[in-house]
Design a binder for this molecule. Structure first.
Ligand code: V47
Length: 386
């Protein structure tokens, strides 16, 4: 605990629009009074977005969990086909997920696709996956493949990073999700994810994507073995790339879930740590417009509270999430748009349905007011059990 209260000095910097330093970020993490910290983060949140709180209608597809990497925090991956719980969807199965939403009259605007690093699939598996989804719904936004996957494609198929992105884009890719960043510090990566791309390689993929005109998101996995210095360092590296390219839309802190993985002995972050991390992120990442409280992993109640600690986005209806649910998340599998609207209004904020690029889809009277999904839809059994 620092002997002096750094908050008044940091508050002046924030109000003057001065970027915060590593030391400032660490001092914020160490500031005991959570509400003072939250108030300052909320000031920035309201300066940027007022009361507006965004969400979208989306669907997650994790087409395969077969993965060459052995990240110690991951409960989703299986090393090879044939291992218990390993799966790879056929194109028809993956496309069927979208067809089911269309048949149900659910006007989703985005599909979020994240997979394992499968050693045996041809590049065409991925391009055809995208192309088939676009054939079903030309207007759907495909936010697909983390930088880790794109780097893997680059190495595996012998294409430059730019060529990989260009070919995926020609097949239907619209933007890149923020996953796989974990924590940039080499010390931590060595211990929790030493067999996938490095921090610099992750950043290089996003730099290339931004250079080709694609937008992307960025994440930070927190609550494993990292220090608060390493969390702030992570944010500063993202801020530096954003200063260069301006291509990041949203930062998503991802709270570690400890079930069914090699880090099971760790307790996972507490609610206060979640809110503190959101507030510090809002203050340090002054050049990334949005901060997403991903309700699937934060829990609906903490995500709602995070709307007063810097967050302005709740992600979306989701459906079919596997990565966190296999790691022990107890949140529902899906929330109806009406339920998300209710949660936002109940927090005293103004809901706005957006598309992936933050264009407004509906607000005010035009917003959904449907009931929560039936219990069996919210809690439907996972098709893949660990
Ligand atoms: O890359 C994996 C993380 C990420 C665990 O871009 C875990 O809009 C905690 O990136 N505990 C995938 N975290 C999810 C992701 C994401 C989610 C929502 C929106 C967006 C976006 C991106 O989840 C992985 C990894 O960093 N992760 N296992 C775990 N046990």
């Amino acid at each position: 605990m620092p002997s002096t209260n750094a908050l008044p000095r940091i508050r002046d910097k924030v109000r003057d629009g001065e970027p915060l330093s590593l030391e400032d970020g660490v001092a914020l993490f160490e500031h005991r009074n959570l509400l003072e910290l939250g108030l300052l983060a909320n000031e920035v949140r309201e300066r940027l977005h007022g009361e507006r709180t965004y969400f979208n209608r989306n669907l997650h597809i994790n087409a395969t969990n077969v993965c060459e990497a052995s990240c110690r925090f991951c409960s989703f991956a299986r090393l090879e086909e044939g291992k218990t719980g390993a799966y790879t969807m056929s194109h028809a199965e993956a496309w069927g997920k979208l067809q089911a939403r269309l048949d149900a009259g659910d006007p989703i605007t985005e599909i979020h696709i994240v997979n394992g690093l499968h050693p045996g699939l041809p590049f065409e598996y991925y391009t055809e996956l995208l192309a088939g989804l676009k054939r079903l719904q030309a207007s759907i936004h495909l936010k697909a493949f983390t930088a880790v996957e794109i780097f893997y494609f680059h190495k595996k198929y012998g294409l430059s990073i730019a060529e990989v992105i260009t070919r995926l884009r020609a097949a239907g890719l619209d933007s890149i999700p923020g996953g796989g960043a974990e924590i940039f510090a080499a010390r931590v990566r060595k211990k929790i994810c030493d067999d996938k791309c490095t921090a610099d390689e992750w950043l290089e993929v996003h730099r290339a994507a931004h250079g080709l005109g694609l937008r992307s998101n960025c994440t930070m996995l927190y609550g494993t073995i990292e220090t608060v210095e390493e969390r702030v360092d992570h944010m500063l590296r993202l801020r530096a790339l954003q200063a260069e390219t301006g291509g990041f839309q949203t930062f998503i802190p991802l709270a570690f879930h400890p079930d069914n993985n090699a880090l099971m002995k760790l307790p996972g972050p507490t609610g206060v740590e979640d809110l503190r991390t959101y507030a510090v992120a809002r203050l340090v990442l002054d050049n990334i417009p949005h901060l997403k409280a991903y309700w699937i992993m934060l829990g609906v109640k903490t995500a709602q509270a995070a709307l007063w600690f810097g967050a302005d986005d709740l992600d979306g209806t989701v459906q079919e999430e596997k990565i966190y649910h296999m790691a022990g998340a107890e949140t529902p599998q899906a929330m109806s748009p009406g339920e998300i609207v209710r949660i936002i209004r109940n927090a005293g904020r103004t809901p706005v349905e957006r598309d992936t690029l933050y264009n407004v889809v509906a607000e005010g009277e035009a917003l959904a007011s449907d009931k929560p999904f039936r219990r069996d839809v919210r809690r439907h059994a996972l098709e893949v059990v660990p």
